[in-house]
Design a protein around this ligand. Structure first.
Ligand code: COA
Ligand code: AMP
Length: 238
């Protein structure tokens, strides 16, 4: 199979990223689709790479969805879900604080995820401005999963985020916390093997440009988890 990855930026700022795992016969169609995807940009790069081994996953994490009247209530619920997933209360609280204040020590957002030690709350990613990115993941039947998610009132964003979260948990991430850096998108999620993918609205205020991902992991597994997140290719069934 081929890993096809697109990224686009505007004035040096990343504005769009997408990826597919496809057979050679689907390459032309995929290139056309990814070329059309970003909005305004002045740089676009597509990488096509052959992937020797593809792991298959039977199903994505089960999805549930909760809405709250305030960010405070929603974050409290997210904290409870992290604790139920096996993250100690103090470490869950730290993860939420990191995302709300901007996890990049230079200010603002990172280019990937924070790796947080589930036991002690230390940051384990080698570069705190970059973080770690989950790549090489796609759906076996993207249209079927899109149809199913949209029919349940979820968004296109859920399609991509659910793929990332499903891969993460299968790579050994204990739990994930995410909300977008898009100022107009206030839904985020907690994901874990124990509880599935829990959409939570609103995890931030409208207009807030800060967001990110926290992967809660066991310190002794860091190397193995990172190799899986960045290197192993996963196709998810439905
Ligand atoms: N956010 C910010 N900057 C990003 C970025 C992101 N998500 N992805 C890439 N970049 C920029 C960074 O400057 C990066 O340099 P760095 O490695 O020092 O941070 C540079 O582009 C090169 O990145 P690279 O990792 O080589 O890109 P890639 O060709 O492997 O593509 C993407 C990675 C764009 C595919 C991935 O980041 C992404 O956005 N994936 C989409 C996730 C998704 O929806 N998956 C669901 C599939 S079902
Ligand atoms: P998004 O959900 O695209 O708004 O991204 C929210 C945040 O998640 C970004 O600011 C990054 O810090 C992080 N991120 C984006 N893409 C990835 C990825 N592929 N893997 C891990 N973290 C990511």
């Amino acid at each position: 199979m081929l890993s096809v990855r697109m990224r686009a930026s505007l004035s040096g700022r990343h504005v769009s990223g997408a990826e597919r795992l496809v057979g050679e016969e689907e390459l032309t169609g995929t290139l056309c689709e990814l070329l059309r995807r970003p909005g305004k940009h002045d740089f676009l790069k597509i990488t096509v790479e052959r992937v020797e081994e593809v792991h298959t996953l039977g199903k994505p994490l089960p999805v549930s969805s909760y809405e709250f009247g305030s960010v405070e209530e929603a974050r409290k619920f997210a904290r409870t879900m992290l604790v139920k997933s096996g993250v100690p209360e103090e470490v869950a609280r730290l993860g939420i604080e990191l995302l709300s204040s901007g996890a990049n020590p230079e200010g603002g957002n990172m280019r990937g995820a924070v790796l947080l030690d589930t036991e002690r709350g230390d940051r384990l990613e080698p570069d705190q401005r970059r973080g770690i990115r989950t790549v090489r993941v796609d759906w076996k039947d993207r249209s079927a999963v899109r149809r199913e998610l949209l029919s349940r009132g979820f968004t296109e964003r859920t399609l991509d985020a659910l793929a990332i979260a499903t891969k993460n948990i299968n790579c050994g991430v204990v739990a994930e916390l995410c909300w977008s850096d898009d100022p107009d998108y206030v839904t985020g999620y907690v994901a874990s093997g124990k509880l599935g993918y829990i959409r939570i609205t609103p995890l931030k205020e409208e207009g807030d440009p800060l967001g990110g991902r926290i992967y809660f992991i066991r310190r002794e597994k860091v190397r193995e988890v990172v190799e899986c997140l960045e290197g192993k290719a996963f196709l998810i069934g439905c």
